[in-house]
Design a protein around this ligand. Structure first.
Ligand code: PEP
Ligand code: MN
Length: 337
């Protein structure tokens, strides 16, 4: 149920929160631009008691939340959420470019890549230190050393950093170094991990599972938010279809479909969606035109030497060209780069 407040007074909101707890529900206060609402999440059987709160002078109305994703849905918050990540804004008209290598491979490599990314206009630096590889014999990542040098590169070039966390046990360590925690496609329904990142003070970059529906994707965001972390960025990174010409199939419709359903920012990853560097630019254009709130792209100074995802990584000059190509489009879409 949503309790729509007619007052924004802290005392009134606190009283409603108190009542919600008393009735056996978990309260989540959502402060929108126009109004404050208290979402009461729990067993619907007590809804009559919640409805009785309408008799309070500072409660406008009590309405049921019809969607299974309650905190992520537009119903509780009409205006877009702007996720602030180490000073970089994502969503609500702020277009964010996240760039960097698939994996952090060495100090020199991440420093060189960070310099390139910054030079051509990236806002955030990415790089995996814990890599979810299909084969246990493939490069698994530099782990804590990788986190350390990723952060050093981000600090040096003034870009907040995002990196993947694969297990609940890794969350405290990754939280120490990263501004944003990435939950990869393969872990989108790792509910223990979702709960753990939901307790972290860091924003979460949630990638869509390669075999997940949009509703499942939103329910995963709901897991994170239900733990109290509302700073969630959704990332469409391609899904598995019968098509084998590309690594995945970019579900571009997911962008407007998600934006209709949720107030959370939606970012597109054309690198993992296509698996080929020469498709990254056209798919980045498509992402902007579809109204995405940002893109995540893989960049490597020498893709032919990359430890992972070389074929889809952009060389410096290709990244520069992509940035030039999307700039007028971002502008046309009324977004700020
Ligand atoms: C990545 O971002 O490097 C990655 C592994 O992505 P995904 O989880 O989307 O495959
Ligand atoms: Mn990758």
């Amino acid at each position: 149920m949503i309790i729509v407040m007619s007052s924004r007074d802290k005392k009134d909101v606190d009283h409603v929160v108190q009542k919600v707890i008393e009735f056996g529900y978990t309260p989540h206060v959502i402060e929108g631009v126009a109004r404050t609402v208290v979402a009461a999440v729990g067993d619907e059987r007590g809804k009559e008691r919640l409805t009785a709160l309408e008799s309070l002078a500072y409660v406008e109305q009590v309405v049921p939340i019809l969607k299974p994703y309650k905190l992520a849905g537009r119903q509780v918050k009409e205006e877009p959420t702007i996720v602030n990540c180490g000073g970089v804004k994502i969503g609500g008209g702020h277009f964010c470019v996240v760039a960097g290598p698939c994996s952090v491979e060495s100090r020199d490599q991440i420093m060189e890549t960070a310099e390139i990314c910054k030079k051509y206009g990236a806002h955030m630096l990415r790089g995996g230190a814990y890599k979810p590889r299909t084969s246990p014999y493939s490069f698994q990542g530099m782990e804590e050393e990788g986190l350390k040098i990723l952060r050093e590169a981000g600090d040096k070039y003034d870009m907040p950093v995002v990196t993947e966390v694969m297990t609940p046990e890794q969350v405290p360590l990754v939280t120490e170094y990263a501004h944003m925690l990435q939950v990869g496609a393969r872990n989108m329904q790792n509910f223990g991990l979702l709960k753990a990142v939901g307790k972290s003070p860091r924003a979460v970059f949630l990638k869509r599972g390669m075999m997940s529906t949009i509703q499942e994707f939103l329910m995963s965001a709901e897991y994170i938010m239900s733990e109290g972390n509302n700073n969630v960025v959704l990332c469409e990174r391609g899904i598995r279809t019968f098509e084998t010409a590309t690594r995945n199939t970019l579900d571009i419709q997911a962008v407007p479909v998600l934006q209709k359903a949720t107030h959370l920012p939606v970012v597109v990853d054309p690198s993992h969606a296509s698996g080929m560097w020469d498709l990254v630019l056209p798919m980045a254009r498509v992402a902007v035109a579809a109204g995405a709130d940002g893109i995540m792209v893989e960049v490597h100074p020498r893709p032919e030497e990359a430890f992972s995802d070389g074929p889809q990584s952009l060389k410096p000059e290709k990244f520069a060209a992509m940035m030039e190509a999307i700039k007028p489009l971002v502008d046309l879409m009324g977004q700020q780069l």
